[in-house]
Design a protein. Structure first.
Length: 405
């Protein structure tokens, strides 16, 4: 069996790490695995192929800004990718996040459809069925064909033109009559949404949740040295892990709510630890610590293990890697309802309130802050199997094998 994965990144970002985990587990199982990716650092591995250069991506991005079709650029890199697929003749092509301007999605799908190549498409975001935006939020135009987009820049990165209706039709056409295709969704919430999309109407879909390394990284680990280093003594610790912590009103990760939570908890014996800020000089309240970015996952596991509670404040998430990582380290999760998190978290060890209801979130925090003292080991034992990358790969292998048969 030969599997070829395609993703914008390799071993970077959430989908890049997922792609790398699948690749490594497949190789460990003696399965031939190849990866094509479009951006990031060059990888010195004969089975991993970077199809676009940094300069190409910059040009494709500018082209898309002016033309208003963000998934229709990447001319040369798309030709390289198609040539590579023809040369390697994989049994299955597994597409992940193929945005980021490195590939012409329409041409790639038409090629895979025409050549009748077994194809798996994993939905990590919504753009493959909205035809445009990564998160549709309350907008439902993706159900009827788009046009007059209410979030044009965020949806298309277009300077001038609203071509969302055109992009929707092109995506619809690319998927039409593509029968040798299985759609996998990373959460039950995303699965339910995708089933409503005309673009993917009638396609076979299954849910395969994302996996993490619960054997070697995300499990309870000693943290007293970290606690001492941070100067935290007897306080309860609330952890917030995000891709980029800011307090802007338009920040979809909801950093401003962490500030409000800190204010509401100022008389409690708690310390809120924030990971993910690009600016560690930002002034924070006395009961907050701004750690900045943590790129070492082993150190990140220490923070999860140290915390009494992890909080998610995003407006929308299709999965939520911090939730899975936290539970695997024995720490319960609370937050706002954001789509994916409330459907992938272990119900007994998590709770979610309506988005933006800071009073409900404060009460939820006080309710759960001592829970880990009683259930920490039980949480990690349950999460160890549930969120393992091995379980994830088993799910994909089952899909691959059924397609090849």
């Amino acid at each position: 069996m030969k599997i070829l994965q395609v993703n914008i990144l390799y071993n970077q970002g959430s989908t890049g790490k997922i792609t790398a985990d699948i690749h490594k587990v497949l190789e460990e199982d003696g399965i031939q695995s190849l990866v094509c990716y479009g951006a990031g650092q060059k990888v010195n591995d004969s089975n991993i192929y970077m199809v676009a250069s940094h300069y190409e991506l910059s040009f494709y991005r500018i082209w898309a800004h002016f033309m208003g079709l963000q998934y229709g650029s990447g001319y040369m890199s798309t030709l390289r990718l198609i040539k590579y697929i023809k040369k390697e003749k994989p049994d299955v092509v597994h597409l992940h996040c193929i945005n980021g301007f490195f590939v012409n999605i329409y041409k790639l799908l038409e090629f895979l459809k025409k050549e009748d190549i077994n194809t798996v498409l994993t939905l990590h975001a919504e753009f493959m069925y909205t035809g445009n935006c990564g998160h549709a939020f309350e907008c439902e135009k993706w159900k009827t064909g788009c046009g007059a987009c209410p979030q044009l820049w965020d949806a298309t990165y277009s300077y001038y033109f609203d071509r969302t209706a055109t992009a929707w039709r092109k995506m619809y056409k690319a998927f039409k009559d593509f029968n040798n295709l299985v759609i996998t969704c990373v959460s039950p919430w995303l699965h339910e949404r995708a089933q409503l999309a005309p673009i993917l109407m009638g396609k076979k879909m299954v849910t395969i949740e994302n996996g993490i390394d619960t054997k070697n990284i995300f499990h309870p680990v000693p943290f007293n040295d970290l606690k001492k280093e941070l100067g935290i003594e007897e306080q309860k610790i609330i952890l917030h892990v995000t891709a980029n912590f800011t307090t802007r009103e338009d920040d979809l990760k909801g950093g401003r709510y962490i500030y409000q939570l800190a204010e509401n908890l100022k008389d409690e014996n708690v310390k809120i630890v924030v990971i993910g800020s690009n600016d560690t000089t930002v002034k924070v309240p006395p009961n907050m610590l701004n750690i900045g970015r943590v790129n070492d996952q082993n150190i990140l596991a220490k923070y999860y293990s140290m915390a009494d509670l992890t909080i998610i404040t995003s407006k929308r998430e299709t999965f939520s890697m911090p939730s899975a990582e936290s539970l695997a380290c024995g720490t319960p999760v609370i937050g706002f309802k954001a789509g994916g998190p409330e459907t992938i978290c272990l119900k007994e060890y998590s709770e979610f309130v309506e988005y933006g209801d800071i009073e409900a979130l404060t009460n939820c925090t006080l309710k759960w802050i001592n829970f880990k003292n009683r259930q920490g080991e039980e949480i990690s034992n349950r999460a160890y199997v549930h969120y393992s990358k091995e379980k994830m790969v088993e799910g994909y292998l089952d899909v691959y094998k059924k397609m090849i048969k």
